[in-house]
Write a protein that binds this ligand. Structure first.
Ligand code: 0O2
Length: 270
């Protein structure tokens, strides 16, 4: 197959990966905008390289014109979660979406692979719009925790280095590491609520601070400079005390001050 033909085949997959990345990243943003904990931590995506496709063609004993039919992971999206519990939530989100249709699911979390590999796989049908019209392609979504991803990344590099023949002593080490990761993920689940609270407070504080600074900046344009300096000093005092409730209270008061200047300027305009 010449390069031009490869490009024709792979182009829709590049588009699919780009679109899916935007969509899954938007899920993260939407949660954060509503001060909700996002079950997705990060998303990455790739189109399988031509040499990996050729390796798979050889491994599966298929012909070049069966590539799109027989290889499900030309487009691959990896969804990384912080906690094992988040994986079910992400699977539910995917099952409920109207822009992708599930072809198959593989649960390597309940049924760990012999290598020690753990991850939840979903193959979806996804339609992209190309210059030639709509095209339905398949994409593989791999959903796993940060810890599972760490293991899989290391093991994948070793598979590459040893061309799928990892020495027994290393296999044993990897298997031990995989067991340790199960324990780590379980331990982290115990502190999940605490961590979620801390992260929500962090995002809330971030947003409050930018709202407050926005208000102070606007007040600089309309209010007495000395008064605004005092408001700003008060903000620094509360900020250094790190009391979120006090920061919320201060932000509300500042909103009212800003509103009163707005009302005043409207009245003066009349
Ligand atoms: P790459 O380089 O990541 O793309 P399939 O070959 O997909 O038709 P199979 O083998 O049953 O059918 O698929 P499976 O087991 O669901 O594996 C699909 C992908 O999961 C692999 O793609 C890997 O990315 C990942 N994976 C599966 N098993 C392991 C494992 O033991 N270790 C690691 N690190 N990753 C694994 P590729 O094309 O094999 O590799």
């Amino acid at each position: 197959m010449d390069i031009k033909l490869w490009r024709e085949i792979l182009d829709p997959y590049y588009l699919a990966v780009d679109e899916l990345l935007v969509k899954f990243n938007h899920i993260i943003r939407e949660h954060r905008n509503y001060n909700q904990y996002s079950p997705i931590d990060t998303v990455i995506g790739r189109v399988k390289s031509i040499s990996s496709i050729l390796d798979k063609v050889q491994k599966k004993g298929i012909s070049l014109n069966e590539i799109e039919d027989k290889i499900d992971d030309i487009a691959g999206i990896r969804i990384i979660c912080q906690f094992v519990e988040d994986i079910d939530k992400v699977v539910e989100i995917i099952r409920n979406r109207k822009d992708m249709r599930i072809k198959s699911e593989k649960d390597y979390i309940s049924h760990m692979k012999e290598s020690g590999y753990r991850s939840y796989h979903i193959i979806v049908y996804y339609t992209v719009n190309t210059n030639q019209g709509p095209k339905e392609i398949k994409a593989e979504l791999q959903i796993r925790t940060l810890a599972m991803n760490f293991w899989a990344t290391i093991e994948h590099s070793l598979q590459y280095k040893y061309k799928d023949n990892i020495p027994e002593h290393l296999k044993k080490k990897l298997s031990n590491a995989s067991e340790a990761i199960i324990v780590l993920d379980e331990e982290m689940n115990y502190v999940r609520d605490e961590i979620m609270d801390a992260q929500n407070s962090f995002h809330m504080k971030d947003e409050l601070v930018s709202e407050i600074l926005n208000n102070i900046q606007n007040l600089y344009k309309v209010a007495n400079k000395r008064e605004v300096m005092k408001i700003q000093e008060e903000f620094y005092r509360i900020y250094t005390e790190s009391d979120l409730d006090e920061l919320k209270h201060y932000s509300k008061q500042l909103d009212m001050i800003a509103q009163s200047y707005k009302a005043q300027s409207i009245l003066e305009g009349n």
